[in-house]
Design a protein around this ligand. Structure first.
Ligand SMILES: Nc1nc2c(c(=O)[nH]1)N[C@H]1C(S)=C(S)[C@@H](COP(=O)(O)OP(=O)(O)OC[C@H]3O[C@@H](n4cnc5c(N)ncnc54)[C@H](O)[C@@H]3O)O[C@H]1N2
Ligand code: MOO
Length: 435
């Protein structure tokens, strides 16, 4: 650890070493949140046939011209057309077919009269609903009185009015959210080719760590980093595997990491990267390939998160990010370096979080170490109507052990390296973490 790296230099180094994962074919729901790598065209028009947008009666427009409640058009009901029915009756002059929403418009019919504009076949005042076929099968026969005229095409959704066969449904590069997954299903795609979610293995280290739920002994603390990092990896879009805390023993750690490489697209470790006598992550990762591993440990001009390691290990040159053990340092490092790496593996176009400007709300001026980019925890409120910027108030202090304050924050206040003082009311840059 001789020279000091800036946050941007370290991130650039990571991103320049990471290639998006090879595309695979996935079932639609497994592809949710993934980036599409193929242009998907529509094989069959949507809707595939002219169909009714209302429960009502399929009619010929001339038959209901001028109809009123006082002088209704009286039509013979020739049957029902339910959604899914492929065997359609022909509607001749003076006839109507009772039709359900989504059912194909039968030949001869030109429009649909909603049931509310008719007597529903009951011979009285306008009705509000059809009678269930199971209760009264007679509705599919007899006569219906129509109280209002309809124009050609009224209450009909024409074939192809949503999207036509041959059109582009989704282009390569699209991130598949729920509506995109829905469109793929609507056009009949069962699988789709995407870049998969990266498998991120999280290993925390430290002989003082105890699994939550178990009894603490003296000098011990609960392992929280592996939970934060696993949760954050999932949040970033990864499939995350949490490996229980590994004791500060080089052989155990080496064996654990080598075992995990088989299922990892990215390895994240926490702890053991500073200058102590038990900082085994540094010891092991510098030599994991029998000497050829190139995990580099550096000092960054940032607070928290000064000591960081990054490199490619194992036969597949799997990226590994070694984060500092202090809980806030570890989480902030995840946000700044691991999250972009996960998104780069997914092939996402934008890998960094958006930033915002906000007015600092604080009783006193805040200080920041000269030459270090500081990431304070903040409570950010987006701009109200008519305001150009939102507000942010510091949450907790700068200590990198303050997990309770971290859990109350929703953003980081990004203080530039050269800034040593922030005065209340001044505009600062924030990184909202909950968007
Ligand atoms: N002499 C120096 N000491 C330290 C320096 C330095 O420059 N010179 N840097 C400090 C900074 S800054 C950081 S950050 C930490 C990084 O230390 P390590 O990455 O080696 O982490 P550990 O020593 O293993 O742990 C630090 C701290 O965090 C707690 N911890 C660790 N893992 C977990 C976990 N999974 N869950 C909850 N808490 C965890 C651990 O108990 C320690 O209190 O080094 C400073 N020291
Ligand atoms: O870098 Mo350490 O992360 O300041 O606590």
């Amino acid at each position: 650890m001789s020279e000091t790296w800036s946050v941007e230099e370290h991130l650039d180094d990571i991103l320049s070493s990471i290639r998006p994962l090879e595309p695979i074919e996935l079932q639609l729901l497994d592809a949710q949140g993934c980036v599409l790598v193929e242009d998907v065209t529509v094989p069959v028009s949507l809707p595939p046939f002219d169909n009714s947008s209302m429960d009502g009666y399929a009619v010929r427009t001339a038959d209901v011209q001028g109809a009123t409640e006082e002088f209704p058009a009286v039509l013979t009901v020739i049957g029902d057309v339910a959604a899914g029915e492929g065997d359609l009756p022909v509607v001749e002059r003076g006839q109507a077919a009772r039709i359900m929403t989504g059912a194909a418009l039968p030949p001869g019919a030109e429009a649909v009269v909603p049931v509310e504009w008719t007597d529903g076949g009951l011979g009285g005042a306008p009705v509000e609903t059809m009678r269930a076929r199971s209760h009264d099968p007679r509705g599919a026969a007899g006569e219906v009185r129509v109280h209002r005229p309809v124009e050609e095409g009224q209450h009909v959704r024409p074939r192809g009015s949503d999207v036509r066969a041959g059109a582009m449904a989704l282009s390569a590069g699209t991130v598949l959210g729920p509506p995109q997954v829905g469109l793929l299903a609507a056009i009949g795609r069962g699988t789709v080719t995407v870049r998969p979610r990266p498998r991120v293995v999280v290993v925390s280290t430290g002989s003082e760590l105890v699994q939550p739920g178990e009894q603490l002994g003296s000098g011990q603390i609960y392992d929280s980093n592996s939970f934060v990092l696993t949760a954050a990896a999932r949040d970033a879009g990864a499939i995350a595997y949490r490996v229980g805390a590994v004791v500060d023993d080089a052989d155990t750690l080496r064996a654990t990491i080598e075992d995990q490489l088989i299922r990892a697209d990215l390895v994240v470790t926490s702890g053991g990267v500073s200058v102590g006598a038990y900082d085994v992550v540094k010891e092991v990762l510098s030599r994991i390939d029998g000497g050829s591993g190139n995990v580099e440990f550096r000092r960054l001009a940032m607070q928290p998160g000064k000591p960081q390691g990054f490199g490619l290990i194992g036969p597949d040159r799997t990226p590994v990010l070694a984060l500092p053990g202090n809980p806030v340092s570890s989480y902030v490092s995840f946000e700044l370096f691991v999250r972009p790496a996960v998104r780069a593996l997914m092939g996402r176009a934008s890998v960094r979080r958006e930033t915002a400007r906000a007015r600092l709300e604080s009783e006193e001026a805040l200080t920041s170490p000269d030459g270090k980019r500081q990431f304070l925890r903040g409570g950010y409120l987006p701009p109200e109507a008519g305001e150009a910027v939102g507000t942010v108030r510091p949450v907790g202090g700068a200590g990198s052990h303050l997990v309770a304050a971290l859990a109350q924050a929703n953003s980081l206040i990004d203080v530039p390296e050269k800034t040593t003082r922030l005065t209340p009311g001044e505009e600062v840059t924030v990184i909202p973490l909950d968007q």
